[in-house]
Design a protein around this ligand. Structure first.
Ligand code: 5GP
Ligand code: ZN
Length: 139
């Protein structure tokens, strides 16, 4: 628990949240400024800032709840699809420094874009650069 973290305060019950599901290691609640009806956040109950900070158990708790809940969110608002994503780090748009996955209901013709729309201009990478990047990720 981090004292100055808004999501830790929701987990602790210190500030209200529209909680829709809870497991041992994860909590889901409605986003206070929804991008669509049903916009839901899934968080680990322990304070972890970045995805890489989650241990295996915390990670499993978040992704298990995420996959369990996704169809319920979609059905609850009669959506056509979902966009699911994590802003992992400030430069990616993460504003609350406690890991959270967004479940955003999507509707035919809602004017939104695919997840590909989140990045800026596409880079031009030749085969050698792609091979090099793959090798560095592989480690
Ligand atoms: P981020 O940009 O960090 O990925 O997303 C943070 C999300 O948390 C935003 O969509 C924002 O609306 C939501 N949010 C911020 N403060 C609160 C809060 O106090 N309660 C709830 N339920 N959602 C919040
Ligand atoms: Zn926190």
């Amino acid at each position: 628990m981090s004292d100055d973290c808004i999501f830790c305060s929701i987990v602790a019950g210190d500030i209200p949240g529209r909680i829709v599901a809870e497991t041992d290691g994860a909590l889901a609640f409605l986003d206070a400024n929804p991008l669509a009806p049903g916009h839901t956040l899934v968080v680990p109950t322990s304070h972890c800032q970045r995805l890489a900070d989650l241990d295996a158990e915390e990670s499993r708790a978040v992704f298990d709840l995420l996959s369990d809940l996704a169809p319920d969110v979609e059905a609850a608002v009669d959506a056509d699809a979902l966009t699911v994503g994590i802003n992992d780090g400030e430069a990616a748009g993460q504003e609350v420094p406690h890991v959270h996955a967004h479940i955003i209901p999507r509707f035919e013709g809602d004017g939104g874009g695919p997840i590909h729309a989140v990045a800026g201009e596409r880079p031009h990478l030749d085969d050698e650069e792609l091979d090099d990047i793959a090798a560095r990720i592989e480690g």
